[in-house]
Write a protein that binds this ligand. Structure first.
Ligand SMILES: NC(=O)C1=CN([C@@H]2O[C@H](COP(=O)(O)OP(=O)(O)OC[C@H]3O[C@@H](n4cnc5c(N)ncnc54)[C@H](OP(=O)(O)O)[C@@H]3O)[C@@H](O)[C@H]2O)C=CC1
Ligand SMILES: CC(=O)N[C@@H](CCC(=O)OP(=O)(O)O)C(=O)O
Length: 316
């Protein structure tokens, strides 16, 4: 029997991307979906890639806990996951639970869903907290130099406005963003704390949102305890990520427009001076920053091939 999945928040940006990936998975089937709106309507009326026969259900934790599925994905705004986690824990089944929100990313009882750094913890896990989009790029960009750092790396990040979700806000208002670049959360952004926590080393991060829809670019300056030749720097990243299907290391400076629609992270633009290294990281916030990574985690937790259902990116 093909494992089945229930999706809560199917009408959101991330929910829609995950439904699209599941349509091509072949080993995991979307079987239930919940939303505040459109209850009783076919999911396909809201999502182009939804399989036929799925009717949107109400979003009560009790309804979700009654679903006879092998996995549940929460793709809801922050602050809502606990009620579902509690209802599922008390329910008759114990499906794998993947939460896209930030609610459980600091909870040691949950596997932190960054496979490149926590693969064995995720394999077979029952509760997985999917990382934040910027936090994914920051951790993959900093990790290879952790032991060479002379202080906190500084990450300058820019995200497309899909990162701000579908609930209207200045950060996803195309009018406010037109010909603009909007700094926000100048200190203490959640992803600064999240990346520092999971790296075990302080990092500084300042986010900005831009008028394009999807994609993240991060320019990360890393203070070095001793000088490092550029070739050695590049080799370090290539060695750390050799064989990682969703991390691409390139000599070029990656550009965010090329990241839109890709499922991997691209790390490049390696530059050094006597005291610092600078790397550039790009990814699609809705894919490796969310849905593609969630699918990697679901596959690992369910014992399926890790990248099943994650399309191969055009080699570039
Ligand atoms: N966007 C991104 O780039 C990334 C987002 N994330 C995280 O993933 C989660 C989903 O993100 P995203 O898809 O962008 O969010 P959206 O705002 O696009 O969608 C959230 C979903 O939850 C429903 N919803 C919205 N508000 C509420 C509410 N107050 N109570 C219950 N349901 C609500 C929405 O619609 P409805 O019920 O009306 O159908 C929608 O289905 C969030 O926790 C976000 O922080 C993580 C990484 C990247
Ligand atoms: C442009 C924009 O607003 N981006 C969001 C990041 C989206 C994300 O990853 O959300 P969570 O970590 O909250 O799950 C932000 O900065 O809060």
């Amino acid at each position: 029997m093909t494992p089945t999945l229930g999706l809560v928040g199917a009408r959101g940006h991330v929910g829609g991307e995950l439904a699209r990936l599941l349509a091509g998975h072949g080993g995991l089937r979307l079987a239930r979906a919940a939303s505040r709106q459109g209850v009783g309507e076919p999911l396909s009326a809201h999502l182009a890639h939804a399989p036929a026969g799925i009717v949107l259900e109400d979003m009560s934790p009790e309804t979700v806990a009654s679903w006879p599925v092998d996995a549940v994905v929460l793709a809801l705004p922050n602050g809502l996951a606990a009620a579902y986690a509690d209802a599922l824990a008390a329910g008759p089944r114990a499906p794998v639970l993947v939460d896209l929100s930030a609610d459980f990313r600091f909870d040691p009882a949950w596997a932190y869903g960054l496979p490149e750094r926590h693969r064995e913890r995720i394999r077979g896990a029952r509760k997985i907290a999917n990382p934040g989009c910027y936090a994914t790029g920051i951790q993959l960009g900093v990790a290879p130099l952790l032991e060479l750092l002379a202080g906190p790396p500084q990450a300058f990040g820019v995200s497309g406005y899909s990162g701000a979700g579908t609930t209207p806000s200045p950060r996803n208002d195309p009018e406010r963003l037109r010909d603009n670049l909007m700094p926000y959360a100048l200190t203490g952004h959640l992803h600064e704390r999240e990346a520092s926590h999971h790296l075990g080393h302080a990092v500084r991060f300042v986010p900005h949102v831009a008028p394009f829809f999807r994609g993240i670019t991060l320019t990360i300056t890393l203070p070095l305890a001793r000088p490092l030749e550029r070739d050695a720097l590049v080799r370090r990243y290539r060695d750390v990520y050799a064989g990682e299907p969703l991390v691409r290391v390139t000599d070029d400076i990656p550009e965010v427009r090329a990241a839109a629609g890709r499922h991997d992270v691209t790390i490049g633009g390696f530059q050094v001076d006597d005291r610092h290294a600078v790397v550039v990281v790009t990814l699609d916030n809705l894919l490796k920053g969310a849905a593609s990574q969630a699918l990697q985690n679901l596959n690992l937790a369910l014992g399926l091939p890790e990248r099943q259902g994650v399309p191969r990116d055009p080699s570039a």
